[in-house]
Design a protein around this ligand. Structure first.
Ligand code: SF4
Length: 436
């Protein structure tokens, strides 16, 4: 018994002395959703920035740390996490805070009083990046370091997709960043104005690492995967994981031969941007033809669509928009649809038109599910309900269940929509009582 206590004491002291050594702590704002619920979540991108060494940690909780133990806080900040970040940063030593990610890249001036270094754009070389002069610096990519998967449990990843069960493991990889298509709303060029490809040798090492995690599903995070000239080599490598692969692509890059190859290499679902159906997009000129080819190859189609809340103000405008949208669903028969409210990003073509509707109070709503461009809370809530409701109508329709696939199969897609149904319907019933 005594021996045991001594042993525990040694172990505890070890932990303390280890923790006292200049810790480097990675954090993500907003905090990672670790509730293991059914919201989509993937391992945070900051894992690629954290340097090697055993004094490095990733913390799921954006709690208060003891500055004395810590050398650097490496913080990835997305727009919706900015308020959370400010509250946290005010309690910590500014000299130790390094920020990067989407919000510091586009609004560096907002971080000047909170961080020692503000890193813009992609970065995987922590020390060389922060060694640069000045408070605002460009991220340096060396492709020498592998993401620190040892600091994170990929069981926490959750993706809402057809056929994936809640307990299935899901991994992700990025092989390129950026997209030259320049769709007027898209923030992708803000992080990477031109296409950056990860060298094949680095991808090879990363795939070997991912294989050890045995994911059943693998998401290729590239904004537009087939843009790279050597995407086939990349897919060949990724297929070694034997995972079911899903990826983003624009319709203009897909054809019969491309799709046949993707199918052979284990691509299970392709995410295409239907975007705002009232706007013509160059990339979507051949969308119908391409979706037919996707189906011929027995690959699932995932269509994401955008709702501009300012275009659907009033019952008539709303009904007209959603009728058109449902009509497109019936024409294209996607296995998965996903609605997003328009989020204007600084630096995009639409920014000048919308920035008068966006203030710092809206940052926390940059989750694509909040119609924050609408300031009347009742109208906003109704719009959120209807975006959910039309998707629910599609999934539960005879049309979907007879012509597309069965919806109620207890996968994460079905479970998440049941969660949303339980959340939205009582809220909507209440709203109806306070009709303005
Ligand atoms: S094709 Fe996709 S990633 Fe490229 S600019 Fe358009 S929306 Fe963005």
């Amino acid at each position: 018994m005594k021996e045991n206590r001594t042993w525990r004491k040694i172990e505890f002291n070890d932990i303390l002395s280890h923790r006292k050594k200049d810790r480097i702590i990675g954090l993500a704002f907003p905090a990672q959703n670790k509730g293991f619920g059914l919201k989509s979540t993937l391992e945070p991108a900051v894992l690629s920035v954290l340097p090697s060494g055993n004094n490095v940690e990733f913390s799921l909780d954006n709690i208060d740390f003891n500055d004395n133990d810590v050398k650097y806080y490496v913080c990835s900040v997305y727009i919706s996490g900015f308020d959370e970040f400010k509250i946290w940063a005010e309690k910590h030593n500014r000299k130790k805070i390094i920020v990067g990610g989407y919000h510091p890249t586009t609004f560096p001036e907002e971080f000047i009083r909170y961080a020692e270094k503000i890193v813009q754009g992609p970065c995987d070389n922590f020390y060389d990046t922060i060694a640069q002069e000045g408070q605002i610096v460009n991220g340096i990519l060396s492709f020498k370091n592998l993401p620190r998967y040892d600091l994170y449990d990929i069981k926490l990843n959750q993706q809402v997709i057809p056929d994936k069960k809640k307990e299935d493991r899901c991994g992700s990889v990025w092989t390129s960043q950026g997209c030259p298509m320049r769709c007027d709303f898209c923030c992708s060029p803000m992080m990477a104005p031109s296409l950056i490809s990860k060298p094949i040798s680095a991808l090879k090492k990363e795939i070997a690492q991912i294989k050890k995690l045995s994911p059943k599903w693998l998401f290729i995070r590239d904004e537009n995967f087939p843009l790279q000239k050597d995407w086939k080599n990349r897919l060949d490598l990724i297929s070694e994981t034997k995972a079911k692969i899903y990826l983003f692509a624009s319709a203009n890059l897909l054809n019969k031969e491309v799709l046949r190859f993707m199918k052979e290499k284990g691509v299970y679902m392709i995410c295409l941007g239907l975007e705002d159906i009232t706007v013509p997009y160059e990339k979507n000129k051949k969308l119908d033809e391409v979706v037919d080819l996707i189906k011929i190859n027995k690959i699932y189609t995932y269509l994401s669509f955008i709702v501009d809340p300012l275009k659907i103000v009033g019952r008539e405008a709303g009904e007209e928009f959603y009728q058109k949208l449902m009509h497109r669903f019936h024409e294209l028969k996607p296995e998965m649809v996903c609605g997003n409210f328009l989020m204007p990003f600084r630096g995009t073509k639409i920014w000048d038109k919308y920035y008068q509707y966006v203030g710092p109070d809206d940052y926390k709503h940059y989750d694509s599910k909040t119609a924050f461009l609408i300031k009347n809370p009742i109208a906003r809530e109704k719009m959120q309900f209807f975006m959910f409701w039309y998707q629910w109508q599609y999934y539960t329709s005879d049309f979907y269940n007879k012509n597309v696939r069965k919806f109620a199969v207890n996968d994460t897609l079905y479970q998440r929509f049941c969660e949303l149904y339980d959340e939205y319907t009582p809220r909507y019933e209440k709203l109806w009582d306070v009709r303005p």
